[in-house]
Design a protein around this ligand. Structure first.
Ligand SMILES: [Zn+2]
Ligand SMILES: [Zn+2]
Length: 236
């Protein structure tokens, strides 16, 4: 069965499509289970359950933790609240102790955990759909289970990168298969023209926001600060 455990919606600052559109496209490309992992925003268990029922595809609650461009990212699946510790060891402990799964995404990018085996992540992205440089640098370090995720920030980026897993009927089943390494990375990275399409859309959005700032005082951005070194967004 095909699953994809790293998907962004427009709840991420750099995501394009809403939950509904992403889920519908995931079904269309044959995925049986997906994890929604927006930047520093956790999808609740209730919402994930409702979506699973509504769209008949297993939706796993998740989050990608870490300041978008500057600090190391990590994926946490199936946790009830966002860990707010200041160091990676405590955060990984929190995930394990709360029945979750931790994944090192794009480990050889600037914002990845190169030493994912030292930290004992539950799994590592051997293929990341939008980070081809990282894919080229990737080398197995240990017996950490390997998966492949799209890291899709738009619906058209889904379906090129996935993990093959034997069964994906329940969230627990998926997580247990990942922990045990009963999974295989599959596919390749998202075609360059689609990544470029995303980049151009985001650039346009950025320019429009900037333009609004100059013309309407107080409009456009919310004030934010970072609560710890991982850069979790908190509104002030
Ligand atoms: Zn990331
Ligand atoms: Zn991501």
């Amino acid at each position: 069965m095909k699953i994809d455990l790293h998907i962004h919606t427009n709840n991420s600052n750099d995501g394009i499509h809403d939950l509904k559109t992403m889920i519908k496209q995931a079904k269309k490309v044959g995925l049986k289970a997906i994890a929604i992992t927006d930047h520093n925003k956790l999808l609740s268990f209730k919402k994930a359950k409702d979506l699973t029922k509504q769209y008949n595809i297993l939706v796993i609650p998740g989050i990608e933790i870490g300041k978008i461009r500057f600090l190391n990212h990590l994926l946490a699946l199936n946790i009830h609240k966002v860990p707010t510790y200041n160091n990676i060891i405590d955060i990984l402990d929190f995930i394990i102790n709360n029945g979750g799964v931790s994944i090192a995404p794009h480990p050889f990018s600037k914002i990845g955990f190169h030493n994912y085996s030292y930290y004992q992540f539950n799994a590592v992205e051997a293929i990341n759909g939008i980070n081809w440089l990282c894919n080229r640098r990737y080398k197995s370090q240990s017996k950490i289970p390997e998966i492949a995720n799209s890291d899709a920030h738009a619906a058209y980026m889904l379906g090129y990168t996935w993990t093959e897993i034997e069964s994906a009927e329940t969230v627990e089943q998926v997580l247990e298969n990942i922990r045990k390494g009963l999974c295989k990375p599959r596919g390749t990275f998202v075609p360059n023209h689609l990544t470029l399409k995303l980049f151009l859309t985001l650039s346009k959005r950025y320019i429009i926001k900037k333009f609004n700032i100059f013309n309407k005082k107080g409009c456009g951005y919310e004030n934010t600060s970072y609560s710890n070194y991982l850069g979790i967004w908190t509104r002030i």
